[in-house]
Design a protein around this ligand. Structure first.
Ligand code: NAD
Ligand code: UGA
Length: 461
């Protein structure tokens, strides 16, 4: 039996450790955090994050071999393997502000591990970090004169929110990077051994440390790049009466391109794509590769353009003004099946519509509390309404911001009847039946498709 500790009980630390505890009943898994309220929530039935299937797994393992605690120092002392899953946000001050990763939480954790250890340990980078962070961590951790040795391993996490449990139970691969030293030959198998309890060996990929750290940033950059690519094409489709869904299908059937991550949308959100690409851009600049930096930066620029374009299309379709008009945004989460609103395009659209003096109503089944917090002072100017029918009542327009399955199944005849006419629908996720909505009477604007409107001089939005 090993004592596994995870520092950081967030979207990654909590679910990953729950899955490890479920699949490794012979290991004791403890998750610690500085945030006492979060730990209390992990110890209740009202978990701090919404993730399908998570509560069942926590119920099965909590109290058996899965523990959530605030006692960080004691748990560090008792641990054999320590996963570090603290946040690594974009730095907002000093050198590299706006691009580089803010590593202060990671470094504090490393120093705390050092202070509280009386035996050698394996320290696993679970957070997403700039390439070569492990070198700095090794230097801090091994700067002791107590004969303690720390192996730093990179084991980035590839789960996506909303499908986290499925992704971890059946991962495409588990990546483990280590140094090719004598002690790391011991450390690598120990980390791999944990995953081998449920992941087939051929999917456990071992690489050198720097490849592993860099692969995580590159994976996110490639995924986001595909979305920005199809979103760029969606703008061209709207000018040419091509349909972006048909284009995506046609190109995705080429096995060299593949069909995934080609859904045009109002833009990608989430806590990681933007931050990790900007981190990659910063690294390229740091290593004096300006052309490479500009190449990747464009993925983020295109995403910002797509969000702004969505609002511009709304304004121009609604006779060039949304001032004083009630606009119901369906969805606050950055994607379906999560309550997370970090970098959600929905909130960017809220901000832009408020700038235009629209009366914004925001609806979501799980994310309204996070949306309220993320919007800060602006929240006072927004109506939060969980019921989509009430949100749409008396609205001039509704807009789909998150691809919640329920939104495709709403009674749109009822919604149309309750709205101000002419009634507009803007589908930022292309999940609705546009022809059916048009026949009900809506003027329909989707991403990358010709508009369907009832006005004379029928044109694109
Ligand atoms: P999060 O903000 O949800 O959780 C981080 C937690 O770490 C917080 O609860 C915070 O209180 C805690 N923390 C910070 N400093 C601490 C300290 N010194 N001691 C104890 N706890 C501390 O973040 P997250 O979404 O779980 O992301 C964590 C890392 O994983 C990031 O590097 C992120 O890029 C990466 N990642 C995230 C996802 C995702 O889907 N969210 C997926 C893959 C990788
Ligand atoms: C993403 C990656 O998919 C994970 O592998 C990675 O571990 C994680 O980032 C991370 O490092 O945090 P996540 O952000 O949770 O996961 O969710 P995704 O499914 O990747 O969606 C990201 C955004 O892109 C969402 O706003 C989603 O709606 C949007 N998206 C996705 C599109 O607009 N079109 C698509 O075709 C796919």
């Amino acid at each position: 039996m090993s004592n596994i500790l995870c520092i950081g009980a967030g979207y990654v630390g909590g679910p990953t450790m729950a899955v490890i505890a479920k699949n490794c009943p012979h290991h004791r898994v403890t998750v610690v955090d500085i945030n006492e309220a979060k730990i209390a929530a992990w110890n209740s039935d009202d978990l701090p994050i919404y993730e399908p299937g998570l509560l069942d797994i926590v119920h099965a393992a909590r109290g058996r071999n899965l523990f959530f605690s605030n006692e960080i120092d004691r748990n560090i002392a008792e641990a054999d393997i320590i996963f570090v899953s603290v946040n690594t946000p974009t730095k907002h001050f000093g050198q590299g502000a706006g691009k580089a990763a803010d590593l202060q939480y990671w470094e504090k954790t490393a120093r705390q591990i050092l202070e509280n250890s009386s035996s050698s340990k394996i320290v696993v980078e679970k957070s997403t970090l700039p390439v070569r962070t492990a070198e700095a961590m090794e230097r801090i951790l091994n700067s002791n004169n107590r004969g303690l040795h720390f192996d730093v391993i990179s084991n980035p996490e590839f789960l996506a929110e909303g499908t986290a449990i499925r992704d971890m139970e059946n991962p495409d691969r588990v990546l483990i990077g280590g140094r090719e030293t004598e002690s790391c030959h011991i450390a690598d198998p120990a980390t791999a051994e944990i995953y081998a309890n449920w992941v087939p060996r051929e999917r456990i990929l071992t690489t050198n440390l720097w490849s592993s750290e860099l692969s995580k940033l590159v994976a996110n950059a490639f995924l986001a790049q595909r979305i920005s690519s199809i979103n760029a094409i969606s703008a061209l489709c709207e000018r040419t009466e091509a349909d972006v869904s048909e284009v995506a299908r046609a190109i995705g059937m080429d096995s060299r391109i593949g069909p995934k991550f080609l859904r045009a949308s109002v833009g990608f959100g989430g806590s990681c794509f933007r931050k990790d690409i900007l981190n990659l851009v910063y690294l390229c600049e740091y290593y004096n590769l300006p052309e490479v930096a500009r190449y990747w930066e464009q993925v983020v620029t295109m995403n910002e353009y797509q969000e702004k374009r969505f609002v511009s299309n709304m304004i121009s379709a609604m006779f060039n003004s949304v001032a004083g008009k009630r606009v119901a945004l369906l969805g606050a989460a950055f994607k379906a099946n999560t309550g997370d609103t970090r970098e959600s395009p929905a909130l960017e659209v809220v901000r832009e519509l408020l700038d235009e003096h629209a009366l914004v109503v925001l609806s979501d089944p799980y994310a309204l509390e996070n949306a309220r917090l993320d919007l800060g002072a602006l929240a006072d100017r927004v109506i939060f309404e969980p019921d989509p029918y009430a949100a749409a009542n008396s609205a001039h327009a509704i807009a789909i911001m998150t691809e919640w399955a329920d939104y495709a199944a709403l009674d749109y005849k009822r919604i149309f009847a309750s709205m101000v006419k002419p009634a507009f629908v803007f589908d930022g996720r292309n999940i609705l039946d546009h022809r059916a909505l048009y026949e009900i009477g809506f003027n329909v604007y989707a991403i990358g498709k010709p508009s369907l409107n009832h006005f004379i001089n029928n044109g694109n939005c």
